[in-house]
Ligand binder design. Structure first.
Ligand code: NAP
Length: 309
């Protein structure tokens, strides 16, 4: 077997992929983890994580993922920096196409390519991410106790997270680009009944401002073009999640809204192909369940390889 042939390839080096890699390395499978950049995934840029068990003081996302990578490496997980641009999953040998023309073949594949939050793409957003700009209320809400925050978006995620945030913050201002929420009626009713949530309609954020941390948002009303400023300590951008699926053959794999559909064992519709983490079609996108799914996917891959002999 040359270095481009493996029993198992894990695609993606976030928490799901690294956990699958840890299990595969401990099981001494012929396995490689492919990652186009540095391992870590989305949590690398997460300033502080307080809801991952085992770390009572909390820790930085970069440190958490560093520990995951070190743990997998201790058991010999091989990680390669490769950009996969396409794949053919139709035969028993899965073929991964690399950007430079080479191919990697494997018998089982775990897809853990993750997702990324949609961004509003305005000045200050990137610079203040982790310093008041957040893409996850569940993760970061408790850091804004008794403060005023904004939520951008009008879908189920924005409305549910706005309600969740009211447990901690003084006030949530929900900013939506239209005059009607997209969220399901029941969530709308609950949110409208919540005295801690205020609404700014027909409005977009044009800039996030602040020295080192978020202090205010610049707003523009799309109907009147009137500009305004809203003082907040945090802004939660909750306008949808984009799956990292550019390299996946969605004509072969079952998917919904671009996310992969699996069964409880993380198996896709193609034998020998599993998916784990944020690339899966699911409701909860947290580090803890990404790790759990990575472990389950690896076990399914091991069983598949055993059955195939
Ligand atoms: P979503 O339903 O696509 O809603 C995205 C929201 O962001 C929309 O209100 C949209 O405005 C707004 N938006 C999009 N791009 C924007 C931009 N550039 N600037 C400003 N606003 C922008 O996304 P989601 O809320 O993350 O939900 C994703 C899927 O998961 C949906 O199918 C949802 O139903 C489902 N979900 C279900 C539950 C549940 O059932 N409990 C919970 C969460 C999510 P417009 O309305 O004007 O398009």
């Amino acid at each position: 077997m040359d270095t481009n042939e493996y029993d198992l390839v894990i695609l993606g080096g976030g928490p799901a992929g690294l956990t699958a890699g840890l299990y595969a390395a401990r099981a001494k499978l012929s396995c490689v983890l492919l990652e186009r950049g540095a391992v870590g995934g989305q949590i690398v840029v997460t300033d502080w994580i307080d809801n991952y068990p085992g770390f009572p003081e909390g820790l930085n996302g970069y440190d958490l993922v560093g520990k995951m990578a070190a743990q997998a490496a201790r058991f010999g997980l091989v990680t390669r920096t490769e950009t996969v641009t396409g794949m053919d999953l139709s035969g028993p040998r899965k073929i991964l196409q690399l950007a430079d023309g080479r191919k990697i073949r494997c018998r089982a594949l775990i897809i853990a390519t993750g997702a990324r939050p949609n961004s509003i793409d305005v000045p200050g957003e990137k610079e203040l991410t982790g310093r008041g700009v957040s893409y996850c209320g569940t993760c970061d809400g408790p850091f804004f106790r008794d403060m005023d925050v904004a939520v951008v978006g009008g879908g189920n995620t924005a409305v549910q997270e706005a309600m969740y945030l009211t447990r901690f913050v003084r006030k949530v201002t929900l900013i939506h680009r239209r005059d009607q929420l997209r969220a399901t009626r029941i969530y709308q009713e609950q949110a409208f009944a919540n005295p801690k949530i205020e609404y700014i309609w027909d409005t977009v954020v044009t800039a996030v401002t602040g020295e080192n941390e978020v202090q205010s948002l610049r707003l523009r009303n799309l109907r009147t073009n009137q500009e305004d400023t809203l003082a907040v300590a945090g802004v939660f951008v909750l306008i949808g999640t984009i799956p990292n699926n550019g390299m996946l053959p969605l004509d072969q794999l079952d998917s919904r809204d671009g996310f992969l559909v699996t069964d409880q064992e993380m198996c896709t519709n193609i034998a020998g192909v599993m998916a784990a983490g944020d690339i899966r079609h699911k409701k909860v996108r947290q580090v803890i369940n990404a790790c759990g799914e990575g472990a389950v996917a690896e076990q399914a891959a091991e069983r598949y390889l055993e059955e195939m002999g």
